[in-house]
Design a protein around this ligand. Structure first.
Ligand code: AMP
Length: 395
């Protein structure tokens, strides 16, 4: 099944209701990262250029169906105007009389932003009347929020039932990148999965072992695999109750011909604090009470050798507790090498989900991967092989 794009519609004089993701990180009303705003610019500019009027809808935080001044989208207007380089008007109501009036008053070249969809409890309930009210604000619905498409809400799914619909340029870019690594990738494919826990990534691992040639496991979750194979892990983060699950992943991977790589040396320390004293030990020789906080140098070398013989790389999750130096070293060394191969056109590299973007930013190579998705949950669900409701409803 295919979905329509903006190119399938005549946009002149049309009101385009664009679902964007303005869920940017804030600290005391200061935007910490404007990447999500920056990425919606091409779609909005295209609509304006072709004579259409963009009306932006988005959720912001978790207000639980009630107005919360701290989560009003109005505070993003200056940053939006700056990136879009045009006037951005605001409607304090998401739907209804005020919103309709603002839509009618919108001139060519202007953008309208509607208030946080989640101030209305009907949004997350994907309620029919709210979806209908949203649809009355435009002629065409355009979903450009891949990162919100794993949620079946009124502004991602319900509204699409009531109007012609399509995906925006960012969503198109995201889907192309994701399909390039999982649907028909250039082989061999390597997937790197790190992060804290196996429990949050069982579905991800189960899907990846069916699709990729190499699976590299790092981060805290590697400890569970090391433990399952009978290695001592000291006082490290480890889900000992998931021993059976880990062994089952290894067994199924073997049956599928997917080679799994678990760290054979690790960085250990007594404390998880900046610049803590650390040592490198073989994975089977972690003393009691010590914490495994990163992969070791020899494991880094081995991972880089795997990258060297692969054509495609999928990355989710850091290799160690990267927020604190020196435990970011394993993540930095391996992501930097992947970035180098990408720049030399030897590797297609796609990353996303959870803390991955922060880890790549920390390594200073986020611009060097082929594509870095800003989606968290949606990226993971896609990688788990699940159908995202916000995309399925457009097919
Ligand atoms: P996730 O959101 O599942 O990708 O997990 C990311 C988190 O895993 C980060 O906060 C890392 O600090 C943490 N992490 C990675 N490796 C380790 C480790 N060896 N021990 C403890 N935490 C880790």
């Amino acid at each position: 099944m295919t979905v329509k794009t903006l190119n399938d519609y005549e946009l002149q004089n049309k009101k385009i209701l664009v679902r964007v993701d303005l869920n940017v990180p804030l600290n005391q009303a200061k935007i910490l990262d404007s990447s999500r705003i920056e990425r919606l610019v091409p779609t909005v500019r295209k609509i304006i250029k072709e004579g259409g009027r963009p009306i932006l809808i988005s959720h912001f935080g978790r207000p639980k169906g009630k107005y919360d001044k701290l989560l009003s989208l109005e505070q993003l207007i200056p940053e939006l105007s700056r990136f879009l380089d045009c006037r951005v008007k605001f409607s304090t109501e998401t739907t209804g009389t005020e919103a309709l009036k603002k839509v009618e008053g919108l001139a060519n070249g202007e953008v309208l932003l509607l208030e946080n969809t989640r101030f209305n409890p009907q949004e997350e309930a994907n309620e029919l009347n709210f979806s209908k009210s949203l649809s009355e604000l435009g002629d065409i619905f355009c979903n450009d929020a891949f990162s919100a498409s794993h949620r079946a809400h009124a502004s991602t799914v319900g509204v699409a039932n009531f109007m012609p619909n399509c995906i925006g340029l960012l969503m198109q870019q995201e889907l192309t990148a994701l399909k390039s690594v999982l649907s028909k990738p250039k082989r061999p494919v390597v997937a790197v999965v790190g992060g804290a826990k196996v429990s949050t990534k069982i579905d991800l691992l189960s899907n990846l072992i069916q699709k990729v040639d190499h699976l590299v496991i790092g981060g805290g979750m590697a400890n569970t695999f090391l433990h399952a194979q009978g290695n001592p892990v000291g006082a490290s983060l480890c889900e000992k109750d998931l021993k059976g699950t880990a062994l089952n992943v290894l067994k199924r991977a073997y049956e599928r011909g997917c080679e799994v790589h678990i760290p054979h040396d690790v960085i250990i320390a007594s404390d998880f604090k900046p610049n803590a004293k650390f040592t490198v030990v073989e994975a089977g020789k972690v003393p009691e009470g010590k914490l495994i906080l990163d992969i070791g140098p020899s494991t880094c070398d081995k991972i880089n050798q795997i990258f060297n013989k692969c054509e495609t790389l999928i990355w989710n999750g850091p290799m160690g507790a990267f927020e604190i130096t020196p435990f970011d070293k394993g993540t930095n060394i391996t992501t930097t090498f992947a970035a180098k191969l990408t720049n030399q056109n030897q590797l297609i590299s796609v990353a996303g989900g959870g803390d991955t973007v922060s880890a790549l930013k920390n390594a200073g190579i986020v611009e060097d991967f082929s594509y870095v998705s800003l989606a968290g949950g949606a990226f993971l669900e896609w990688m788990e092989g699940k159908k995202l409701p916000g995309i399925a409803c457009l097919e």
